[in-house]
Write a protein that binds this ligand. Structure first.
Ligand code: S3P
Length: 439
């Protein structure tokens, strides 16, 4: 039988230190894609070197965009929106952001290309981007609403659209905005439920003709984006694992430096504060239009809470680790409006509730909600089926720092998609996490 090396986490000592978390995945991917459309060279400092980002970088190279790695930055040689037909299928691996944003940009570029991804990405819905792109009159083929997607040069027959986004998705919004960069006229997007605005911030920073009034975004093209230096903040979604681990640990205090604090990403802070978390933000400043700060977090006695659906897009990637926080909080927590969790790297409502209940957490699962009955002591000891989802894997490893028995995850490879230094960062803080050989 094949032996697999995976990870095991066990009861940990206090966590202390001053750290930098990995750079932001969403902003890293956007920095490569958007700077490829500038005319001239962009230096990107602190690019996240994780699999999702590197897959997007390789895709851009296949489209004949030159990108060079220097000592402290990546240099992207933008060609003002011109790409060459790739010689092979564009493989985005696990990255929903990469494929959805590039599908938008390429669908209105003068290029023919096929976009694909791994098994998990191939089961995620693409109709949500195909529909608005078809309204723009692009030439696109898809596999019944799934990957692979093929885009064809339609000789600029596309048209601007007025589109109301029914789903609170930054990937869909960004797909339309990047497509609109090549569409003469004004594209208007109405956001019913606002989502992360990294694309809008970066486009404006580089000089795009974009205005946002309340929940209406208007992008008027043609645009001539100017290359500028970009610096990627720390990823709040990676910081979330450290924040929850420190809150649940005894006698712990950690400072996380230079973390991105975009309003639409930091719903977790609001929820944790309601749960009695001791967290403060220092040194607020700005990296290329994005709010950044240092987060100080200390051990806290968390209490249960109710989280309603209006905050979902501001918290979307943090539910798995928030469920872990709720498992060890005193009292009941309730989370509503979770349908979008079902179409992430795994069905996170199912994968997290399976992993938690298998390890002793009492919970009640509904069609789009979950109720978690928190207890200071949880059992642990049962292998976690991560469903190849990096955030499920990392959340349950954090669970293992506090459960009576250790936690082993079925596989660890996918952690590289967003947080390649997860094990080392937690070891340096004082946590017990080690390689484990599974039979
Ligand atoms: C992302 C948007 C969110 C988020 C994903 C990254 C982005 O997805 O879950 O991890 O970079 O735009 P949706 O737009 O599908 O909600």
């Amino acid at each position: 039988m094949k032996k697999t090396i995976t990870l095991k986490s066990s009861k940990s000592k206090p966590l202390n230190g001053i750290i930098n978390v990995p750079s932001d995945k969403s902003i890293s991917i956007r920095s490569l894609i958007i700077s490829s459309t500038c005319l001239g060279n962009t230096k990107v400092f602190k690019l996240l070197e994780s699999e999702d980002v590197i897959n997007t970088l390789k895709v851009l190279k296949n489209l004949k965009i030159k990108i060079i790695k220097k000592n402290s930055y990546y240099e992207v040689f933008g060609q003002g929106g011109f790409f060459s037909d790739p010689q092979k299928i564009l493989d985005f691996g696990n990255s929903g952001t990469g494929v959805r944003l590039m599908a938008g940009l390429l669908s209105t570029s003068e290029v023919n290309a096929t976009l694909s991804g791994d098994q998990s990405l191939s089961s995620r819905p693409m109709k949500r981007i195909v529909d608005p792109l078809q309204e723009m009159n692009v030439s696109i083929k898809h596999n019944d609403g799934f990957l692979p997607i093929k885009v064809f040069n339609n000789n600029n027959q596309h048209v601007p659209i007025n589109h109301t986004l029914n789903v609170g998705s930054a990937q869909v919004k960004s797909c339309i905005l990047l497509a609109a960069l090549n569409v003469k006229g004004t594209t208007k997007i109405v956001e019913k439920i606002p989502s992360r605005d990294h694309t809008e911030i970066m486009l404006k920073f580089l000089g795009a003709n974009l205005v946002k009034e309340k929940n209406v975004i208007k992008l008027t093209s043609p645009n001539f984006l100017e290359p500028k230096e970009l610096r990627i903040p720390g990823d709040f979604s990676s910081a979330a694992f450290v924040i929850v681990a420190v809150l649940l640990s005894k006698k712990s205090k950690v400072k996380l430096k230079d973390v991105g604090l975009n309003y639409y990403r930091t719903g977790l802070l609001d929820v944790l504060k309601k749960m009695n978390a001791n967290i403060s933000i220092k040194n607020r400043r700005n990296f290329n239009g994005e709010v950044v700060g240092d987060i100080e977090v200390e051990s806290s006695n968390l209490v249960g809470t109710v989280v309603n659906k209006n905050i979902v897009p501001r918290l979307i990637d943090e539910y798995p680790i928030l469920f872990v926080a709720a498992s060890f909080a005193s009292g009941v927590s309730e989370f509503y409006g979770l349908n979008e969790l079902k179409v992430k790297e795994s069905n996170r409502l199912a994968s997290m509730s399976n992993a938690l209940s298998k390890n002793g957490v009492k919970l009640k699962l509904g069609h789009d909600f979950i109720k978690i009955f928190g207890e200071k002591k949880q059992e642990g000891g049962n292998q976690v089926e991560t469903e190849s989802d990096h955030r499920v894997a990392m959340s349950m490893l954090i669970f293992g720092f506090f459960s009576n028995k250790s936690i082993v995850i079925d596989e660890m490879e996918m952690i590289k998609t967003s947080f390649p230094t997860f094990k080392e960062l937690f070891q340096n803080l004082g946590a017990k996490i080690e390689y484990f050989q599974k039979l």
